[in-house]
Design a protein around this ligand. Structure first.
Ligand code: GLN
Length: 260
């Protein structure tokens, strides 16, 4: 009997100390005790909020989110020792996900704007873009930027394209949750033009016969990663991003998806 009691006691002591170890050894807020122990996840997970309908930056392929942003984010997380988890949501929900802490960062071909800087911090830019104008090849009433005045224009809700077109005199703005739906409306003549980032615009035009991109566009924009205001991660991300730019990784990833 005494032997059994001693054994139980000993087991209890071992268990308690294991719990204590598990509890104290992991200070990162994202760590959990299910950690696989692999070096790439030793600091836990980082959740990236994105909208995976924005090829070539992020899109679904074979049940996975792939694209320029997904690969750059993976490279940053590998460098910093985090496991990357990608959460797909509406573009419009990304900043709230970041400010509320539901996601650790947002990366979605997101343009740095002063308005957004009021609610989130941005890393240094990793690439740039312009808002392009897509129209139907035949019988389009829009053949220049000026023609957007008084036209019905499709945009993706909450994007810089939305902001610019909202400022165009007498333009009627139709807001869609996906760029693809705006382009579909264009092919059905429900809108006269679509304003969206140039690289996704090229993909949409490839996929929709009878549409084209106008030579004229809106002003140059920078894409960067957004994080919660004051987050310690921003500096770490900037450091990793700089190394990935300097060693050519960022360029290699972009070139893989955007052929010159
Ligand atoms: N670059 C645009 C913006 O930041 C669009 C981004 C997107 O639709 N994913 O508003």
């Amino acid at each position: 009997m005494k032997k059994i009691l001693t054994a139980i006691l000993a087991a209890a002591v071992v268990c308690t100390s294991l719990f204590a170890l598990a509890g104290c050894g992991n200070s990162s807020k994202n760590s959990d005790s299910k950690s696989s122990g692999s070096s790439s996840s030793e600091k836990g997970e980082l959740h990236m909020a994105t909208n995976a309908s924005f090829e070539p930056y992020e899109y679904q392929e074979g049940g996975k989110v792939v694209g320029i942003d997904a690969e750059i984010a993976q490279a940053i997380c590998d460098k910093l020792g985090y496991k990357l988890v990608i959460d797909d949501m509406e573009f419009d929900a990304i900043i709230t996900a970041v400010t509320s802490g539901k996601a650790d960062f947002g990366m979605a071909g997101m343009t740095v704007t002063d308005e957004r800087k009021k609610s989130v911090d941005f890393t240094d830019p990793y690439t740039n873009a312009i808002q392009a104008i897509i129209v139907n090849e035949s019988d389009s009433k829009v053949s220049s930027k000026k023609d957007l005045e008084g036209a019905t224009v499709g945009v993706q809700l909450g994007t810089t394209g939305d902001v610019y077109v909202t400022d165009v005199k007498d333009a009627k703005v139709e807001r869609f949750s996906k760029g693809a739906d705006a382009v579909l409306a264009l092919t059905q003549n429900k809108v006269d033009a679509v304003v969206i980032d140039n690289e996704p615009a090229k993909k949409f035009v490839e996929q929709n016969k009878g549409t084209k991109i106008l030579d004229e566009s809106f002003k140059n924009e920078n894409y960067a990663i957004c994080l919660k205001k004051g987050s310690d991660l921003t500096e770490q991300f900037n450091k990793a991003l700089k190394e990935l730019k300097d060693d050519g990784t960022v360029k290699k990833i972009i070139d893989k998806y955007i052929k010159a």
